[in-house]
Design a protein around this ligand. Sequence first.
Ligand code: URA
Length: 426
Amino acid sequence: MDVISVIRTKRDHGELSDEQIDWVVDAYTRGAVADEQMSALAMAILLNGMTEREISRWTAAMIGSGERLDFSALSRPTVDKHSTGGVGDKITLPLAPLVAACGAAVPQLSGRGLGHTGGTLDKLESIPGWRARLSGEEVLRVLEEVGAVICAAGEGLAPADRKLYALRDVTGTVESIPLIASSIMSKKIAEGTGSLVLDVKVGTGAFMKTLDDARELARTMVALGGDAGVRTVALLTDMSTPLGRTAGNALEVRESVEVLAGGGPSDVVDLTVALAREMLAGAGIDGVDPADALRDGRAMDVWRRMITAQGGDPDAPLPTARETHTVTAPRDGVLTRLDAYAVGLAAWRLGAGRARKEDAVQAGAGVELHAKPGESVRAGQPLLTLHTDTPEVFQYALGALDADALTISPPGTPHAARPVVLERIA
Ligand code: URA
């Protein structure tokens, strides 16, 4: 087999054979296919797509490039959630302990942020002492004793995807439905969860900007999960405006703890409960209302045990940024638009995210929202507070929040809030 013929097949709108797929994924993982050759193939796939058979085989080849975890010895059913990434998306933090409090085991192998969307591990690392890296035995022990674990995926899980995703990130080939679906599902299937709930984000702050694209991605992933014996459902959820009132690592942990304490912003609570209901149904657990476990402190109790089991101190004060800058409303009116991408970019520029994989993030950096779309504001009222340790970036962050990012319409303008959950695909 030679890589040029594989690239030419896809470049010329052909269908890759099973043998070609198995060979190229394996050869790339071993280093026998060069990065420039794989990036040419990834671009051909992005431009010309893949059939269902090709996507399914590509996913199987990526799973086969590494190890598969096995949680079958656990006494509880396993269920996981994956979000395609958004701004202020801290849902995993309250969700994993909530679902564990209702009786499931939640092995949440998570990632770090790259670009304008935050990463769950970066958020949790703002808790003093908390460790993202656990051994396989530790993961099993925490799952059995606490019910939920949020940690970094080991190097051995779908290594082909690890290499290919890093390459796609720097070659403009991330936004391909076959490549995104196979990337996400290869990791989730290799992780060995019994069931999976996908949170497919739609809007300016998400990979998928339109409902049609989000539907296609969701259907592709649900089918891949089903073929692999993982019960999979997807919720399409709104990402035109940030979730909750914070975007940034420690800021989002603080907001998640408010939700676990029975408060917090209603969109975060609603999405957490909606995803929890789907996860419990997937795990076959009936007759438990997750909203109760949030209200009565059971989810908070699991959160505290989960953080402690991973070396963190749930009572330690969270880091705060050294400097803040507040943006105020220029006039009276109704906030009718607050763009998710602009807020995510501002948080990233303030230091909450990284430009390269090896960069450090600032725990306290980010954006706090004092108003959400649909709320009335008065001239001079704080709209946003920017947080950073490096005040020289304020201007740069403010550049992301230009006139298109934020609209204040005349007082009394009606504003129909978009529901958080837009559709369900099973
Ligand atoms: N997240 C992933 O894990 N892979 C992608 O391709 C996109 C988002």
